[in-house]
Design a binder for this molecule. Structure first.
Ligand code: CIZ
Ligand code: SF4
Length: 331
């Protein structure tokens, strides 16, 4: 739906009315549709949004994102009602690792080109890999279920993975679930990384050919890539960071043109933040179908029906929060 259209304005008015009746705050992840970002009170990455919401006095958090993000909000705000705008919006990468059950799917990962980056395709679950490496600390990316976080020593984001891994008093570290983020940690720390073989198929599809084509088309642009992209792409990037890191980098950089290697939803905010700069997608098909499930109508429906409640049970929430808190202690 076109932002500013009559329909958009009508739905927005209903949302604003219901939002104040319910004392709700609307959070939209940086990958959400333009219309959803426009109606949100806050846009950002998953952790930044959950932290903002925890620090406010709202009773209800409407999270426009995917399931693990609403879980993070519930972990940090146990007394607030957390609603996910689309019940079926999950993150396939987060589902590639479970605590003890079968995985969503499995692929062979040859090792990210690093002899110290191993993968065991026969492993079934997080508990299997922990049993194989007793005492080795587990770092779980925020893109994991609350159960996986609860079984981890510490969490990380795509912005702080290197610092988190370096902070651990162990030569070997288990990194789940993203093989590309793990390879990035292996390259940038002195640690031996035991990686899981998960991946985001939106970022993992980017290739060196895409980099060459984008560079040829925009020779003066800086290439900014998300660490969920494959290592050979990251090696060619001018800067590697999370979505929030990209927003900051592009705002503060003297550069005027940027090739953006992440989900296309970020383009809206990049252009809004820096209207005098130009942004080009690294690939034109970097669209996450789960992120795009939410529309402005989903936000309205959520506020009307107060459906899709996400509540992490206390026995999982407390250890999961411990893993998140340990990460937040690292400056
Ligand atoms: O944690 C997030 O919000 C994700 C999935 C991406 C990012 O880099 O912000
Ligand atoms: Fe998951 Fe990738 Fe979609 Fe992010 S873009 S929610 S990592 S599938």
């Amino acid at each position: 739906m076109l932002v500013g259209s009559t329909e958009f304005k009508e739905i927005s008015e209903k949302i604003l009315r219901l939002k104040s009746e319910r004392n709700a705050v609307i959070l939209a992840h940086n990958y959400q549709r333009d219309e959803v970002q426009e109606i949100a009170d806050y846009t950002g990455d998953s952790l930044e949004l959950s932290r903002i919401a925890a620090g406010t006095g709202y009773d209800v958090i409407v999270f426009a994102g995917v399931h693990f993000m609403a879980e993070s909000a519930s972990i940090l705000s146990p007394d607030k009602t957390v609603l996910l705008t689309e019940a079926e919006a999950g993150c396939p990468m987060a589902e590639m690792i479970t605590v003890s059950g079968p995985r969503f799917y499995s692929t062979h990962f040859p090792g990210a080109g690093k002899e110290f980056c191993y993968i065991y395709p026969e492993d079934f679950s997080l508990r299997d890999i922990k049993a194989k490496y007793p005492g080795v600390p587990v770092v779980s990316y925020v893109n994991t279920s609350a159960e996986v976080k609860a079984e981890s020593d510490i969490c990380c984001t795509s912005a702080n993975v290197v610092k988190v891994v370096e902070s651990l008093d162990s030569r070997r570290v288990i990194c789940v679930p993203d093989k590309n983020l793990a390879a990035w940690a292996a390259k940038n720390t002195g640690k031996e990384i035991i990686a899981w073989d998960g991946f985001c198929n939106i970022h993992d599809r980017v290739s060196l050919e895409d980099v060459a084509a984008a560079r040829a088309e925009h020779p003066d642009a800086l290439l900014v890539a998300h660490p969920e992209c494959p290592m050979e792409v990251l090696e060619k990037a001018d800067f590697v960071t999370s979505t929030s890191g990209m927003l900051r980098f592009c705002r503060e950089s003297d550069g005027k043109e940027f090739i953006i290697g992440t989900e296309l939803g970020l383009m809206y905010r990049l252009k809004k933040d820096s209207p005098d700069k130009s942004f080009y997608p690294l690939r034109k098909d970097m669209l996450c179908p789960n992120m795009k499930k939410t529309t402005i109508k989903s936000v309205l429906r959520t506020l009307e029906h107060m459906d899709c409640v996400v509540k992490v049970p206390e026995e999982i929430r407390i250890p999961a929060k411990r893993a998140l808190d340990r990460m937040l202690e690292i400056k």
